[in-house]
Design a protein around this ligand. Structure first.
Ligand code: RB5
Length: 145
């Protein structure tokens, strides 16, 4: 599996933790930035990660900002993206099993590194359940923007 990962200045430290965790798991990833602490605009990086996913260059994406809220709002504007803002392991699991989330959003100012790593593990390892959930996900994707 290939991951695209991005953040703004509010998520750069947690992004680093998650990159190290991906590397330790031998998961290939592309880091689309931001690369410094300089203030920047989270939608720019949400779009970069989502482009990687929609184009098929990445299988899934991870976005980190201060709260994860702005990233999730921006990512869900992109056609083909189902971004889930998660703050607990159960939600991270369900976002895959029931919602087939292809982007995980996290907030560095909300979620500590240990919890974020656990959420990432379960999010990477959980498959979409399909069945009745597939019908519902299709209905999400059919909603006119
Ligand atoms: C940046 O200060 C902050 O607004 C951003 O990281 C994010 O939390 C927005 O949702």
């Amino acid at each position: 599996m290939k991951i695209a990962i991005g953040c703004d200045h509010g998520g750069i430290h947690l992004k680093k933790v998650l990159q190290e965790h991906l590397a330790a798991r031998n998961v290939e990833y592309t880091d689309v930035g931001t690369y410094t602490d300089d203030s920047c605009d989270y939608p720019d990086f949400a779009v970069k990660v989502c482009d990687e996913v929609v184009s098929g260059r990445a299988d899934r994406g991870i976005l980190v900002c201060g709260t994860g809220i702005g990233m999730s709002m921006a990512a869900n504007k992109v056609d083909g993206i189902r971004a889930a803002l998660c703050g607990d392991v159960f939600s991270a699991k369900m976002s895959r099993e029931h919602n087939d989330a292809n982007v995980l959003c996290l907030g560095e100012r909300v979620t500590g590194p240990g919890l974020a790593e656990m959420m990432l593990d379960v999010w990477l390892d959980t498959e979409f359940a399909g069945g009745r959930h597939e019908r519902r996900v299709h209905k999400i994707m059919a909603i006119e923007k």
